[in-house]
Design a protein around this ligand. Structure first.
Ligand SMILES: [Zn+2]
Ligand SMILES: [Zn+2]
Length: 169
Protein backbone atom coordinates (compact mmCIF):
# COMPACT_ATOMS: atom_id res chain seq x y z
CA UNK A 1 0.00 0.00 0.00
CA UNK A 2 0.93 3.55 -0.59
CA UNK A 3 0.99 4.71 2.97
CA UNK A 4 2.91 7.85 2.28
CA UNK A 5 0.65 8.88 -0.60
CA UNK A 6 -2.33 9.01 1.69
CA UNK A 7 -2.51 11.74 4.27
CA UNK A 8 -4.55 10.17 6.98
CA UNK A 9 -4.81 13.01 9.41
CA UNK A 10 -6.05 16.29 8.01
CA UNK A 11 -8.48 16.83 10.85
CA UNK A 12 -6.56 19.80 12.22
CA UNK A 13 -6.52 21.70 8.94
CA UNK A 14 -10.12 20.74 8.16
CA UNK A 15 -11.20 22.75 11.16
CA UNK A 16 -9.59 25.98 10.17
CA UNK A 17 -9.73 27.65 6.82
CA UNK A 18 -6.34 28.94 5.76
CA UNK A 19 -4.36 26.33 7.62
CA UNK A 20 -1.78 24.15 5.95
CA UNK A 21 -0.06 20.85 6.28
CA UNK A 22 3.05 19.50 4.61
CA UNK A 23 3.22 15.98 3.26
CA UNK A 24 6.61 14.49 2.58
CA UNK A 25 6.72 11.64 0.12
CA UNK A 26 9.69 9.32 0.11
CA UNK A 27 10.20 6.46 -2.25
CA UNK A 28 6.52 6.10 -3.10
CA UNK A 29 5.16 3.75 -5.70
CA UNK A 30 2.14 3.97 -7.95
CA UNK A 31 0.90 1.28 -10.28
CA UNK A 32 -0.34 2.34 -13.70
CA UNK A 33 -4.08 2.58 -14.21
CA UNK A 34 -4.00 0.02 -16.99
CA UNK A 35 -1.66 -2.27 -18.88
CA UNK A 36 -0.46 0.53 -21.12
CA UNK A 37 0.09 3.07 -18.37
CA UNK A 38 3.42 3.57 -16.69
CA UNK A 39 4.18 2.45 -13.16
CA UNK A 40 6.06 5.00 -11.10
CA UNK A 41 8.58 4.29 -8.37
CA UNK A 42 11.01 6.24 -6.26
CA UNK A 43 8.45 9.01 -5.94
CA UNK A 44 9.59 11.81 -3.69
CA UNK A 45 8.65 15.35 -3.04
CA UNK A 46 7.13 17.73 -0.61
CA UNK A 47 3.54 18.80 -1.04
CA UNK A 48 1.47 21.29 0.82
CA UNK A 49 -2.22 20.89 1.54
CA UNK A 50 -4.04 24.10 2.18
CA UNK A 51 -7.57 24.44 3.42
CA UNK A 52 -8.79 27.24 1.16
CA UNK A 53 -12.18 27.35 2.81
CA UNK A 54 -13.84 25.85 -0.26
CA UNK A 55 -11.58 22.89 -0.85
CA UNK A 56 -8.21 21.38 -0.09
CA UNK A 57 -5.50 22.59 -2.40
CA UNK A 58 -2.63 20.22 -2.99
CA UNK A 59 0.47 21.89 -4.36
CA UNK A 60 4.13 21.19 -4.76
CA UNK A 61 6.59 19.29 -6.85
CA UNK A 62 7.24 15.57 -7.13
CA UNK A 63 9.91 13.54 -8.84
CA UNK A 64 9.60 9.92 -9.84
CA UNK A 65 11.02 7.22 -12.05
CA UNK A 66 9.24 5.17 -14.65
CA UNK A 67 10.38 2.30 -16.82
CA UNK A 68 10.56 3.57 -20.34
CA UNK A 69 11.82 2.39 -23.71
CA UNK A 70 14.25 4.64 -25.52
CA UNK A 71 12.78 5.79 -28.82
CA UNK A 72 16.20 5.71 -30.46
CA UNK A 73 17.94 2.53 -29.27
CA UNK A 74 14.86 0.67 -27.98
CA UNK A 75 16.62 -0.20 -24.71
CA UNK A 76 14.61 -0.11 -21.51
CA UNK A 77 15.79 2.50 -19.06
CA UNK A 78 14.68 4.36 -15.96
CA UNK A 79 13.15 7.69 -16.92
CA UNK A 80 13.04 10.53 -14.45
CA UNK A 81 9.76 12.41 -14.51
CA UNK A 82 8.87 15.44 -12.47
CA UNK A 83 5.59 17.22 -12.08
CA UNK A 84 4.35 20.46 -10.64
CA UNK A 85 1.11 19.68 -8.88
CA UNK A 86 -1.79 22.00 -8.22
CA UNK A 87 -4.99 20.08 -7.61
CA UNK A 88 -8.14 20.80 -5.68
CA UNK A 89 -9.84 18.19 -3.57
CA UNK A 90 -13.48 18.52 -2.67
CA UNK A 91 -15.12 17.00 0.32
CA UNK A 92 -17.22 13.97 -0.32
CA UNK A 93 -19.25 12.51 2.46
CA UNK A 94 -18.15 9.15 3.68
CA UNK A 95 -21.54 7.66 2.91
CA UNK A 96 -21.56 8.69 -0.75
CA UNK A 97 -18.88 6.31 -1.96
CA UNK A 98 -17.43 2.97 -1.04
CA UNK A 99 -14.46 4.62 0.55
CA UNK A 100 -12.64 5.10 -2.73
CA UNK A 101 -11.16 8.54 -3.00
CA UNK A 102 -10.19 8.24 -6.63
CA UNK A 103 -11.79 10.23 -9.38
CA UNK A 104 -15.06 8.52 -9.99
CA UNK A 105 -18.54 9.13 -11.21
CA UNK A 106 -20.71 11.24 -9.05
CA UNK A 107 -22.89 8.94 -7.08
CA UNK A 108 -24.85 11.40 -5.08
CA UNK A 109 -26.14 14.65 -6.39
CA UNK A 110 -25.93 16.36 -3.07
CA UNK A 111 -22.25 15.67 -2.57
CA UNK A 112 -21.72 18.26 -5.31
CA UNK A 113 -18.50 16.63 -6.43
CA UNK A 114 -18.20 16.57 -10.20
CA UNK A 115 -16.84 13.66 -12.16
CA UNK A 116 -13.51 15.19 -12.99
CA UNK A 117 -12.74 16.47 -9.54
CA UNK A 118 -10.65 14.86 -6.84
CA UNK A 119 -12.32 14.29 -3.55
CA UNK A 120 -11.61 13.30 0.00
CA UNK A 121 -13.77 12.10 2.81
CA UNK A 122 -13.42 12.07 6.52
CA UNK A 123 -9.97 13.29 7.47
CA UNK A 124 -8.14 11.31 4.87
CA UNK A 125 -6.82 12.61 1.60
CA UNK A 126 -5.45 10.22 -1.01
CA UNK A 127 -2.94 11.94 -3.28
CA UNK A 128 -2.20 8.84 -5.36
CA UNK A 129 -4.39 9.52 -8.39
CA UNK A 130 -3.61 13.24 -8.49
CA UNK A 131 0.12 12.54 -8.45
CA UNK A 132 -0.17 9.73 -10.99
CA UNK A 133 -2.10 11.83 -13.49
CA UNK A 134 0.30 14.73 -13.19
CA UNK A 135 3.28 12.44 -13.73
CA UNK A 136 1.60 10.83 -16.75
CA UNK A 137 1.07 14.16 -18.49
CA UNK A 138 4.72 15.03 -17.88
CA UNK A 139 6.02 11.90 -19.57
CA UNK A 140 7.77 12.79 -22.81
CA UNK A 141 6.16 11.51 -26.00
CA UNK A 142 9.43 10.09 -27.29
CA UNK A 143 11.74 9.32 -24.38
CA UNK A 144 15.46 8.93 -24.95
CA UNK A 145 17.82 7.10 -22.59
CA UNK A 146 20.35 9.88 -23.01
CA UNK A 147 20.63 12.96 -25.16
CA UNK A 148 23.76 11.42 -26.63
CA UNK A 149 22.08 8.12 -27.49
CA UNK A 150 23.21 7.18 -31.00
CA UNK A 151 20.30 4.85 -31.68
CA UNK A 152 20.36 1.81 -33.90
CA UNK A 153 22.36 1.13 -37.03
CA UNK A 154 20.13 1.43 -40.07
CA UNK A 155 22.03 -1.43 -41.71
CA UNK A 156 22.19 -4.17 -39.11
CA UNK A 157 19.90 -2.88 -36.38
CA UNK A 158 22.64 -3.16 -33.75
CA UNK A 159 22.97 -0.50 -31.10
CA UNK A 160 25.49 2.18 -31.97
CA UNK A 161 25.94 3.00 -28.27
CA UNK A 162 27.89 0.02 -27.11
CA UNK A 163 29.57 -1.19 -30.24
CA UNK A 164 27.08 -3.92 -31.09
CA UNK A 165 27.09 -2.78 -34.68
CA UNK A 166 29.70 -4.70 -36.58
CA UNK A 167 28.93 -3.83 -40.17
CA UNK A 168 31.24 -0.83 -40.27
CA UNK A 169 34.32 -2.52 -39.02
ZN1 LIG B 1 18.79 5.11 -26.23
ZN1 LIG C 1 25.47 -1.89 -38.32
Amino acid sequence: MNRNLIISDIEDICRQSGSKKTAVIENGEIKGAGESEADFHGICGELEITNTGKNMLLSGRVKAYAKAVCSRCLEEFSLEVSAEITEKFFRRDKTSSGGSLKKEKRQEEKSGVKEDEFSYSGFKLDMTEAIRQNLVVNMPFAAVCSESCKGLCSECGGSLNNGQCTCRE
